[in-house]
Design a protein around this ligand. Structure first.
Ligand SMILES: *Cc1c(COP(=O)(O)O)cnc(C)c1O
Length: 371
């Protein structure tokens, strides 16, 4: 069998995004032991870099071994116990997965449902919390990658505080791409992923937990049903200021990659990264407008890092995607669920958010549509 050598692609889908060459180079460095003092010193730096990215002082701020879905599941299995009530806001695919997580914890989801392509409605969320004073958690998706919609995470976190419930925030696509202020907004449990706006390969899920959330985990009545995701155990490895105990073998080289990616983000500065994502989104939107293409989401709720485009009448959307991939080496995303066949999704995340990459996809899309 020959060595596997993929053709490079321009990754403009819903993730993974283009990986920074410095990140790939870092991941090729020598593998050392996961309890080696060199490695544990790097782990401390990584926690500090993550605190800067999340804008938090939270002690429990770590990268979990696994994709964004592991971050999601870790938040639910640690904070939710059998019999609890969780208000779940759903306006796309990922809110639906939150609901499944709640059910699998033996808890009761109360759904706040909004049309796909629109933001979470604050009044509906408030009404659900008022109608369910027994609720323990409010869960929502900050950046809904399936539709390209941004919800008001600051207001939803404030709503959770007003009603004295914990907030679980899906920031998988948000982190690095749009403002996210964990401490200022008093968010309780926030999870992200390495392969969206952090320009890293998939496989790592940064998470952060407030003091309130950490106390809730320490004071559970039932043990967490997942051994692998039980933060009481995981903390023994990541948090041991004195000594670190073995829980599972950390993905050493993947963590070198995340360390490099976060270093690059800090060098650029978060506000500059947010601004770059916004500027390239506007560049794309202007180009699409010239071609007569429409964005699905109304301007105030648009995510700069994920652009949902309405497929024009009479165009075979799958054929366009396959030509972009096979003739232009550009990957874009299809619609999911209710929006399958109706939209394309162009992701401009992390390293994929560059003006020359926007121009490349606009040119390629133009030739596909005129053909
Ligand atoms: C990508 C994504 C996830 C899941 O992340 P994986 O790394 O694919 O497990 C969860 N939520 C949102 C909003 C996402 O965009």
């Amino acid at each position: 069998m020959p060595t596997f050598k993929p053709r490079p692609r321009l990754l403009l889908g819903p993730g993974p995004s283009d990986v920074h060459p410095r990140v790939l180079e870092a991941m090729g460095r020598p593998t050392i032991g996961h309890l080696d003092p060199q490695f544990t010193a790097m782990m401390d730096e990584l926690k500090e870099l993550l605190r800067q990215a999340f804008r938090t002082q939270n002690a429990l701020t770590i990268p979990l071994s696994g994709p964004g879905s592991v971050g999601m599941e870790t938040c639910f299995v640690n904070l939710v116990e059998p019999g609890d009530t969780v208000v779940v806001c759903q306006n796309g695919v990922f809110g639906g997965r939150m609901r499944e997580n709640v059910e699998r914890c033996g808890a009761r989801p109360v759904m706040v449902e909004n049309e796909w392509g629109t933001a979470v409605d604050l009044d509906q969320a408030r009404a659900a919390l008022q109608a369910h004073p027994e609720a323990k958690v409010l869960a929502f998706v900050h950046a809904e990658t399936s539709t390209g919609v941004k919800s008001d995470a600051q207001a939803l976190c404030a709503l959770a505080r007003e009603h004295e419930v914990l907030s679980i925030v899906d920031a998988v696509t948000a982190l690095g791409g749009i403002p996210l202020e964990v401490d200022r907004w008093q968010a309780d449990a926030v999870y992200s992923g390495s392969q969206k706006c952090l320009s890293c390969p998939p496989g790592i899920s940064p998470v952060t937990f407030s003091e309130r959330a950490t106390e809730t985990i320490r004071n559970r009545t039932h043990p967490v049903q997942s051994w692998f995701m039980d933060l009481n155990l995981v903390m023994g490895y990541w948090d041991g200021e004195g000594g670190r105990s073995y829980h599972h073998t950390a993905p050493i080289n993947a963590l070198y990659g995340l360390h490099e990616a976060l270093t690059i983000l800090c060098e650029e500065g978060l506000p500059d990264s947010w601004e770059r994502h916004q500027a390239n989104h506007l560049r794309l939107a202007a180009g699409l407008d010239k071609m007569g293409l429409k964005l699905l989401v109304e301007p105030s709720a648009r995510l700069p890092q994920l652009n949902a485009i309405t497929v024009p009448e009479g165009v075979d959307e799958a054929r366009v995607r396959s030509r972009l991939l096979n003739e232009f080496d550009i990957e874009i995303g299809a619609g999911l669920g209710a929006l399958a066949g109706r939209i394309w999704r162009i992701g401009l995340m992390g390293e994929s958010s560059r003006p020359e990459k926007v121009d490349r996809v606009l040119d390629a899309l133009g030739s596909c549509l005129s053909a």
